[in-house]
Design a protein around this ligand. Structure first.
Ligand code: ATP
Ligand code: MG
Length: 390
């Protein structure tokens, strides 16, 4: 029945000249998202974006389209040649589907795109509703105030169209409209969610992962690769930089206090991430930190982490509870992979009693025992890079 999708997008930031850039990007991103399903005609017409469904199942296509950042909703619709009688028949078809699904009340909402048409929008609604009631009798009632379903009818310049449901999207802004970010991706629950949230605001993503191979397994890297691939579903191709931290962690272990291991490792991660970000033209770092969640994420811990870099650090989860983060992880499909029991380089070398209120001067003093520059350079020289696609 449905032969087209109407793509609805938010209006924020799409005024004036930016609008067509935004729309063109959105069209490109929708086409990309649909590539695994097939080649689709995605196009702009009278300030709207449409996807022709051909013979595809509308639910399957809508499920993909709604994942594109910048889209607030997707409406499966029927479009036909311009003919008012046809419009009424289509409205009946959609209404009957809703009755079969158990709906008890409805309302018709109309739009007249062709201003030369004999009815105004209101007259159209009344006329179509009258026709529908005469056809379905008492199977469903009209309710103007609080209808269960809305039958939306449009009489446009070149065609007629009927639709009812809106499948919600994630909102946000089209990918690539807000610069690039380097995300510190561990195998945990938080960092994939943080990455996704930043990408949702239009930032292109690259990821950096730190491991301690062979102390951490091949499998734990595979897990991160799988998470990167899930992110690539939303972000297009994702480049993953893999850094071996083992020599750095050994040096810290030998020269610094046990309790400072985590915080100093974290500062090394940030410095390396910043160096790679600058090389790759990324404008910010992203982490999955949340205030108070663990010892290294106290305000003192975060202050020490922050002080190791000069690039902006985005922490979209900073004020979120774990349960809220888990909800998003489940919604975007990273949760199941994140909870696989693989070790992380931080846990392998985790001190029994990490400092919870590290003081920056003390940490900096401890780091004086290390050849920070050389350790960083050696780690960077051995980075492995992979491009991940869904
Ligand atoms: P996550 O669930 O994202 O692993 P977490 O609650 O386990 O987070 P930490 O282990 O303290 O918290 O890490 C805080 C943040 O530091 C992570 O969200 C991530 O951005 C970054 N991070 C930690 N370990 C790694 C790693 N091995 N590789 C890359 N980034 C890391
Ligand atoms: Mg972690």
């Amino acid at each position: 029945m449905y032969n087209i999708l109407i793509v609805k997008y938010g209006e924020i930031g799409v005024k004036g000249k930016n609008r067509y850039l935004f729309e063109n990007k959105l069209i490109k991103n929708v086409k990309n998202m649909l590539k695994p399903l097939g080649e689709f005609k995605v196009y702009k017409e009278f300030g709207r974006i449409y996807v022709d469904l051909e013979d595809y199942d509308y639910e399957e296509v809508a499920e993909e389209v709604r994942k594109v950042f910048g889209i607030v909703g997707v409406c499966p619709a029927i479009r036909a040649e311009k003919d008012y009688t046809k419009l009424k028949e289509l409205a009946l078809e959609v209404l009957e589907e809703k009755i079969d699904a158990g709906a008890k009340s409805f309302k018709v909402e109309s739009k007249r795109g062709d201003k030369s048409f004999k009815f105004t929008s209101q007259e159209m609604s009344r006329d179509i509703a009258g026709y529908l009631v005469s056809q379905v009798k008492d199977k469903i009632a009209v309710d103007i105030r609080n209808p269960e379903v809305r039958i939306r009818c449009e009489y446009r310049e070149n065609h007629v169209m009927v639709y009812s449901d809106t499948i919600p999207g994630y909102g946000g802004l089209p990918l690539g409209t807000n610069g690039r970010a380097m995300s510190l991706l561990s195998g945990g629950i938080d960092s994939p969610v943080a990455s996704w949230m930043v990408a949702k605001r239009g930032m292109e993503l690259e990821c950096i992962h730190f491991h301690s191979y062979p102390f951490t397994s091949e499998k734990s890297q595979e897990k991160v690769r799988d998470l990167g691939k899930i992110l690539a579903k939303y972000c297009g191709r994702v480049r993953l930089h893999k850094v071996n931290m083992l020599e750095i962690q050994k040096a810290i272990g030998l020269n610094c206090k046990d309790e400072e291991m985590t915080i100093i490792s974290r500062r090394f991660m940030m410095r390396i991430a910043q160096a790679v970000a600058e090389k790759r033209h990324c404008d910010a770092l992203v982490t999955g930190e949340s205030i108070g969640q663990v010892a290294s994420q106290t305000i003192q811990g975060l202050t020490c982490t922050n002080a190791s870099v000069s690039i902006p650090v985005f922490r979209p989860l900073i004020a979120m509870d774990k349960t809220e983060i888990v909800d998003i992880a489940q919604k975007i499909g990273t949760f199941e992979t994140s909870i696989l029991p693989e070790e992380d380089c931080c846990t392998v070398f985790a001190p029994k009693k990490p400092v919870t209120k590290p003081r920056l001067e003390r940490i900096e003093k401890s780091e004086n025992a290390l050849d920070v520059e050389k350790l960083i350079q050696d780690a960077i020289d051995n980075i492995e890079v992979e491009d991940l696609e869904f």
